[in-house]
Design a protein around this ligand. Structure first.
Ligand code: NAP
Length: 254
């Protein structure tokens, strides 16, 4: 018996990185998975690689989660193809880093659009199903950058916004059997942090080594580290936990 037997989870940005890690872990524990991502072929390829157990399924949906019509259609497609919905993981994310004086309106709007509007639209579409069945789990990715991060005023603001979003939905949705939590990862080895290394003109391995040295547990994080926490927070073992943000950062949050 897996913790997620019979459960259906939709995970945004799950074609790679942390989202794929969470999708893999939930699939291993019995869930059917919908991989939602921008790029259709990447989403299909990721869904095809998930270790789904017998009787479960993995499907993919190509959608930009910052648009309401696309999100409503994506959730409808998932419910239609998988037969329901129990877990929403708001993981899709982007960065558009620069210091304030160089930051454009587009840099601001794009980051807010994916992290905050995207999470709002996905949660609004999913809660219709969750409230009707009096069961649901919503998990959103925040970040240690929420606590302040030079060159990331857009991203930091969005990631702290995720924490307010989470607390508020925890209060609103608890009576309907819906748990709402967030995970704030520190440095995790994905394309997102590899891109940051390249922007800083650092070798990817060297960047990871520097970040590991400065971390209390002397290593950087992996998608599996985040997935382990996600699998707990979205499970019934965590049903008395809501509105919380769990830092998964090796203790190195500032
Ligand atoms: P990643 O490797 O860059 O993956 C993000 C995925 O999201 C990509 O597949 C991307 O698709 C997709 N995506 C972006 N915009 C989208 C949209 N509008 N609609 C649908 N999908 C979209 O990132 P990651 O490092 O795994 O990060 C996952 C989450 O964790 C993000 O919310 C990030 O902010 C957060 N986080 C990451 C770290 C870290 O150290 N990596 C730390 C703290 C928090 P494309 O490739 O097609 O753009």
């Amino acid at each position: 018996m897996g913790r997620y037997d019979g459960r259906i989870a939709v995970i945004t940005g799950a074609a790679r990185g942390i989202g794929f890690g969470i999708a893999t872990r939930l699939a291993e524990e019995g869930a059917s998975i919908a991989v939602v991502d921008l790029d259709e072929s990447a989403a299909a390829e990721a869904a095809g690689r998930l270790p789904v157990v017998e009787g479960a399924k993995a499907v993919h949906v190509a959608a930009d989660i910052s648009g309401g019509e696309a999100v409503d259609a994506a959730i409808a497609q998932v419910v239609d193809e998988l037969g329901g919905l129990h877990v929403l993981v708001n993981n899709a994310g982007i960065t558009r880093d620069s210091l304030l004086h160089k930051m454009t309106e587009d840099d601001w709007d794009l980051v807010m659009g994916v992290h905050l509007k995207g999470a709002f639209l996905m949660a609004r579409a999913a809660q219709r199903h969750f409230v009707a069945q009096k069961y649901g789990k919503i998990l959103t990715l925040s970040s240690t950058s929420a606590l302040g991060s030079r060159g990331q005023v857009n991203y930091s603001t969005a990631k702290m916004g995720v924490q307010g979003f989470t607390r508020t939905l925890g209060i609103e949705l608890g009576r309907f059997g819906i748990n709402v939590n967030a995970i704030a990862p520190g440095f995790i080895t994905t394309e997102m942090t590899d891109d940051a290394a390249r922007r800083l003109k650092l070798d990817v391995e060297e960047f990871r080594r520097i970040r590991a040295e400065g971390n209390p547990v002397r290593r950087v994080g992996t998608p599996e580290d985040v997935a382990a926490a996600a699998a707990f927070l979205c499970s019934d073992e965590a049903s008395y936990i809501t509105g919380q943000t769990l830092y998964v950062d090796g203790g190195g949050r500032l």
